[in-house]
Design a protein around this ligand. Structure first.
Ligand SMILES: C[S@@+](CC[C@H](N)C(=O)[O-])C[C@H]1O[C@@H](n2cnc3c(N)ncnc32)[C@H](O)[C@@H]1O
Length: 202
């Protein structure tokens, strides 16, 4: 197991929506689709949770592979996908243990709140895997918690990374296309500061 938190326990024991599971596609993803013209392209989502963003990409006519480490998350994602009457290939997989797709198989990779939960060593592995999954010139859009947020209780909310911590493992494999401020909006209406990072395979 490459992460300390049991993601499966989070999903299995949830009595309400988990804080990251907002149920609507990330606006940053929609914006990237418009800018990069990704409609109809092969794409990968790592750590897809209950599938909201994977389903949205399938609705944009993309061939979507979506992976998560939690069997319950994947089960819920499959049920939502069937309801939405679209097709997504779901894989129960740990991104740090094995590649999710064949080398060069996708033009775009999305992760929202996954890279940031990794240890610094696993962020290197993650970045390498994303690079291998992408076709030449493919893009990775990553949303990660930001250290710039001052919190009363640092344990409540997503992990907080500096811009350097986010970017440094990526730079070997990717050109930095865009680094901007964003927010993680929670189902209860609150928000946490985030980085939105768009990088292009070297
Ligand atoms: C904060 S949640 C975000 C879920 C989803 N991206 C969203 O925005 O709703 C992090 C997700 O990453 C998954 N995850 C954590 N470590 C993983 C790994 N090594 N490989 C694949 N998925 C992982 C968790 O099970 C969880 O669904």
């Amino acid at each position: 197991m490459s992460t300390e938190i049991s993601w499966e326990d989070h999903y299995k024991n949830a009595t309400d929506r988990l804080p990251w599971d907002i149920g609507t596609p990330a606006p940053e993803l929609e914006e990237a689709f418009g800018m990069l013209k990704l409609h109809g392209k092969p794409v990968l989502e790592i750590g897809c949770g209950t599938g909201t963003n994977a389903i949205w990409m399938a609705q944009q006519n993309c061939r979507v592979v979506a992976t998560d480490i939690s069997p319950t998350a994947i089960e819920q994602a499959k049920a939502k996908t069937a309801e939405a009457k679209v097709s997504v290939e779901y894989l129960l997989a740990d991104i740090c243990q094995a590649p999710a797709v064949k080398d060069g198989a996708v033009d775009f990779v999305f992760d929202r709140g996954v890279y940031h939960v990794m240890s610094p060593e696993n962020r290197q592995v993650f970045a390498k895997r994303v690079g291998e999954s992408l076709s030449a010139g493919g893009y990775w859009l990553c949303m990660a918690g930001s250290k710039d947020e001052v919190r009363e209780n640092p344990d409540v909310g997503p992990p907080q990374l500096s811009a350097v911590e986010v970017i440094e493992p990526m730079e070997r494999f990717f050109e930095i296309y865009k680094l901007d401020r964003a927010n993680f909006y929670l189902p209860n209406g609150t928000k946490h500061a985030a980085w939105i990072v768009l990088v292009r395979k070297r």
